[in-house]
Structures are given as C-alpha cells and as structure tokens.
Design a protein around this ligand. Structure first.
Ligand code: PMP
Length: 402
C-alpha cells in the first residue's frame, strides 16, 4: 500500500539507530584558528581534512585574485558553472591553466581535473581495467577505489593492509592464469590511509609493479599538500613520482577547496579524456572553483612552515595518547586514530568529547573493520600547541571515565 511504501527504510534506519550506526549530518559553523561551533558548543576541530589550516574564507584579496586568474586565461568574467561537460563546451582557459600548473607541480607530462576525488578514482579505475583484467587493492583503500574496481568488473584481489608478500603472491597467481593473454593488471593504493594514518610502502609497490608489469595508481588524497617540498606529495618526497604511473590527488583536503586531479604521461591523460565516464558525462568543475584552486595552489606551495607545524601537532596528539596507554594504531602521519573497539564505546566517548569542546568524530564499520571503531583525530597547522595539549588531557580523561 502506498502509505507503507517506505516501511523498509524506516525499519532499516531503526536497526541502524538501535546498533548506534545511524549517520547524521550536524551543522558545523567554522570559527577562526581551527575551532568550530556545533549545537551552541565551541569546540576544537580535530575532525576535518583541512590539514594546513589555510584561511577557510574567501576574503577580498582572494576574490580579486580569482577575478584576475579568470581574466588572465581568456574569460570575460568569473564564470560560476561550466555549463556543460568539459568535452562539450565546459572546458575553459582556467581549467587548462590549472591542469598545466598541476602537471608542473607534480613533475608529470600532463594532468586532468575531475569534480571530486570520488569521481577521479571511479572513472580512472573503470577506464584502466575491464572484465578480463585484474585490480590489486589494499584492503583499507578508500571506498571510491573499491567502487571503481567493482564498476570495472575486473577481477579484484584485495590484499591485507600493507602486506607486500601477499600482493606479490596474488600477482604471481594472476600471471599464472593469464596463459599468454595480454591483460592489464592495476595495483592501487592510498599513499596515506584515511582512517588509520598508516603510510603505504611506496618503494615496494613500485618494485612490484615493475617486476610484474602492472600499472600503479597512487591516491594522494591525504598526502598531497602535506608531504614533500612545497606539498608535492609523498611520491615526490620519496623521488618516485616519475615511476608511479598515475598519481591522483584531491583539492578538498589540504587545499581547502573541492575537486581532484590525476597527473600522468600525456598518453594516459588523452586516454582518460576518451574513456573516463566520470569526466565525459559530468558537468565540469566550476571555472570559479578552478580559479580558487589556482589561488590555493600558490598558498599550498608556500606552506612549508605549516607542514612542519601540522606534523608537530599530530605528534602532540599521538604521543600524548600513547603515553597514557591508549591505542593509536600503527600510523605515523598527521592522521591519528584512537582505536576503541566497540561502536558503543567510540560513540559514547565521541559524544562526551563534543560536550567538552573537542570535535573528534566516531568512525564505525563499515568504514572501518568490525571491532575497530575509533575516533579519528586530525589536527590543523593553525591550531596551537597549548590547545592541543589541553585537548589530549581532556581525551585521556574522557576515555578513562567511559
Ligand atoms: N581518496 C581518499 C583516500 C579519500 O580519503 C577521499 C575522501 N574521503 C577520496 C579519495 C575522495 O575524494 P573527494 O572527497 O574529493 O571526493
């Protein structure tokens, strides 16, 4: 009956709520210096990906810069929307300039901009491999990588987190099944893992992809802008950017904007323009946003000091929690998980912290494996040592009392 047509939704959401797995969106009003206000409470924002703490607001000088970028690259004003896919009439001078700048920044022949990191991963993976091919993916890779691999219909091998022996074994197994056919193999990994803060063994990934003649796609969503000179990323820091076939990065995290890119050889970019469906069938990134990202790129390059401060801030949290005997996992990056076990424990502590002025969001399965619910703490470079030390003692106390 019509009145019951959503019963199944009510039922499913009720079950999620009973298991403390219901997701909600709560308004967060950002304040200065890494704070935000939620439900009338001022809290230190340890729950964003705005790692460098760049000015979140567009001030007058930023707006002037945006206008200048647009006009410099052939526009008569600041165009808000692309008006079409980039392949139809949506590609303008600011997009082209952004792609040239990103290619230079990443030290690659060419770059291609997408409307989001999700779109980039889904489109690129589904274009690179198909039904008779294989994807080798770290078990903790981001959902957009998993979705791209599923959409591609390629055979999917998921190796245990960071386990290079297992990856090599899987590559050998795949090679045995090839029987002389020339199919594609794609290895794909986050550079820094979003929920664990662990860092991929990029040297080993490069060696394996070379040994087994696979392609390698590295997702620098969390390491772009944060690692390497001028924030060029982890591949750059390790001198591997020329050996990784495709480097992907986002503008929604350290850059404090939205959108994403891939950087690769010219042929790969030309291939994607013809095959990546999330580029072809998606309205292009707003030119306004492309100009803002050009502005952000300059800010990111100049932020070496913020990168150092960010790492110091992360160490304050990690060292403080570890010293009190809490479990922060195996990571060493600017992302610090506090692994708590049950969903209930993670959610109770996260709610308690919110009341005490700390925003640290509870992360539950299926985002993380069962039994490893956690609170993910991500500081910003703009937050002070004092505030962070205060936060650590509040967190330790709250966990002790839970
Ligand atoms: N890759 C990783 C590793 C991510 O963490 C994210 C964002 N959570 C994405 C890709 C998707 O990027 P975007 O938010 O730009 O869609």
């Amino acid at each position: 009956m019509n009145s019951n047509k959503y019963d199944w939704m009510h039922q499913e959401l009720g079950q999620l709520q009973a298991g403390d797995r219901l997701r909600n969106m709560t308004e967060s009003h950002w304040l200065d210096d890494g704070f935000m206000e939620r439900d009338g409470v001022r809290m230190l924002n340890l729950a964003s990906n705005h790692y460098l703490g760049l000015n979140p607001w567009l001030d007058d000088s930023g707006w002037e810069q945006v206008k200048a970028w647009c006009q410099q690259y052939g526009e008569t004003g600041v165009r808000i929307g692309s008006g079409a896919s980039r392949l139809i009439s949506g590609h303008d001078g600011v997009h082209a300039q952004l792609e040239r700048e990103i290619a230079k920044f990443k030290g690659r022949q060419a770059a291609l901009v997408f409307t989001s990191g999700y779109m980039a991963n889904v489109g690129v993976i589904a274009a690179l491999v198909g039904r008779n091919d294989a994807v080798f993916s770290d078990r903790l890779n981001h959902a957009s990588i998993v979705d791209g691999a599923l959409l591609s219909r390629a055979h999917m091998y998921r190796y245990p987190h960071l386990d290079m022996n297992r990856l090599e074994y899987q590559l050998q197994q795949w090679n045995k099944t090839l029987e002389g056919k020339r199919n594609h193999a794609l290895i794909v990994s986050d550079a820094v893992f979003s929920m664990d803060g662990t860092v991929a063994p990029l040297h080993n990934l490069v060696l394996l992809k070379e040994r087994y003649n696979a392609l390698l796609l590295i997702d620098e969503a969390h390491s772009g802008g944060v690692y390497g000179a001028e924030g060029r990323g982890l591949c750059h820091e390790l001198g591997l950017h020329g050996r990784v076939d495709i480097v992907m990065g986002t503008f929604g995290k350290a850059f404090g904007a939205v959108g994403a890119y891939i950087a690769a050889d010219d042929i790969v970019i030309r291939y994607m323009i013809n095959r990546a469906r999330t580029l072809i069938y998606n309205t292009g990134l707003p030119p306004l946003m492309a100009a803002l990202i050009l502005m952000r790129l300059e800010q990111v390059k100049r932020a070496d000091e913020s990168r150092t401060t960010l790492m110091r801030n992360a160490s304050i949290i990690r060292d403080g929690l570890e010293k009190s005997g809490l479990n922060t996992g195996e990571g060493s990056s600017h992302i610090v998980p506090l692994i708590l076990g049950t969903d209930e424990r993670a959610m109770t502590i996260s709610r308690k912290l919110a009341q005490l002025g700390i925003a640290g969001i509870g992360i539950r399965p299926p985002t993380v494996p069962e039994g490893t619910a956690r609170i993910r703490f991500t500081p910003m470079a703009s937050q002070s040592e004092d505030e962070l030390r205060k936060a650590v003692s509040i967190i330790v106390k709250a966990v002790g009392e839970a």
